[in-house]
Ligand binder design. Structure first.
Ligand SMILES: Cc1cc2nc3c(=O)[nH]c(=O)nc-3n(C[C@H](O)[C@H](O)[C@H](O)COP(=O)(O)O)c2cc1C
Length: 324
């Protein structure tokens, strides 16, 4: 067994959190990750209702009252406070609030005895999140799928580990035992994985999207605001989204100001999203997409990562320390 804060204090079998992923990471995926011995999370997007949160949380919990987390977007909570109330009513083990300040929500969450996490993207954000009441931080590197910052996982992890006292989890680009081992060896208490779950059957996506995930190489993503600008989403500009490159991103990534005024292009994307035409519509995924090669069940991914990491660390550490 791997001994970190997540296995000794939280009593997980593996120090692995299934990242919140809005619109694709629902109750079924969260449950599969938790059942396998990690902590599964529901991702809540700005369009999701309180009723949706209640329904998916029920599925995540299952009949045996399993643990799960809920990931919320700070900038969405500002106009949708009912999302936080619904999340608290669902009694999760953990709530993450990312992409904006925790300050308005921290006291309310702590009052309910729920752990509070936040994904951070710089040393400055890390210090602010701890000051605002985060119980743990997720160092989310720019390699990550979905919305993220501009610093890579490893430099971010190194700059945060030495300046805060709370447990730190690494996110971004981790999809094999080698990646998990590197994060844990550096001092992270666990990993927060998204992209490597995207082809699993529990993920709420289409077969076409799964095939594109499996076919994509690590060099085929783009960090762009094009999809948000075209759809009028209120994402703060400092957090673009990492998605598979496609015709739409190729055309508009470097011309988002023009795109903001081009109603025809915006309409074209909206229609493509509705018919799930990924030549234009976005598939959010990180650089680790190049490591996703099969449609494995989420539980199997978690178990393989956990067991593989333990074995790798045993072999590598013994060899590195001259004990082999
Ligand atoms: C499809 C997708 C949707 C995501 N949605 C959210 C979200 O709703 N809230 C959030 O805090 N993070 C979201 N993220 C970021 C993840 O929580 C996590 O940081 C990321 O997946 C980790 O990097 P990786 O994709 O390289 O494993 C999303 C990521 C992906 C791939």
């Amino acid at each position: 067994m791997l001994h970190t804060h997540l296995t000794t204090c939280w009593k997980l079998s593996y120090p692995i959190v299934g990242a919140p992923m809005a619109y694709v990471g629902k109750g079924r995926l969260a449950r599969a990750v938790s059942e396998a011995g990690g902590l599964g999370m529901l991702g809540i997007g700005s369009k999701d209702s309180a009723a949706y949160i209640a329904r998916e949380a029920q599925i995540a919990r299952g009949d045996d009252q399993g643990r799960f987390g809920i990931g919320l977007l700070a900038w969405s909570l500002a106009s949708r406070p009912e999302q936080l109330e619904a999340a608290l009513a669902a009694r999760p083990f953990l709530i993450s609030i990312s992409f904006g300040s925790l300050a308005p929500y921290a006291a309310r969450i702590k009052q309910e005895g729920v752990l509070l996490a936040s994904q951070v993207h710089s040393r400055e954000e890390a210090l602010a999140a701890v000051q605002d009441g985060a119980d743990l931080l997720v160092a989310q590197g720019t390699e990550a799928g979905g919305h993220t910052g501009h610093v890579s996982t490893l430099p971010l992890l190194q700059s945060i580990l030495d300046v805060v006292e709370v447990p730190i989890i690494a996110a971004g680009g981790i999809a094999t035992p080698r990646g998990v081992a590197a994060a844990l060896a550096a001092g992270a208490e666990g990993v927060w994985i998204g992209t490597c779950l995207l082809a699993s059957p529990e993920c709420d996506t289409t077969e076409d999207a799964r095939s594109r995930i499996i076919a994509a190489q690590e060099s085929e993503t783009v960090l762009t605001r094009a999809f948000d600008v075209a759809q009028g989403f209120a994402w703060p500009p400092e957090y673009p989204g990492r998605a598979l490159r496609n015709r739409f991103s190729e055309q508009w990534h470097e011309r988002v100001d023009e795109l903001a005024k081009d109603q025809e292009a915006q309409q074209q994307l909206r229609e493509a999203v509705a018919r799930k035409d990924y030549d234009l519509a976005q598939i959010y995924a990180g650089e680790a997409v190049g490591l996703v090669r099969q449609r494995l069940p989420a539980g199997e991914i978690v178990r393989r990562l956990g067991e593989g990491t333990e074995q790798l660390l045993r072999e590598r550490y013994a060899a590195l320390l001259g004990e082999a």
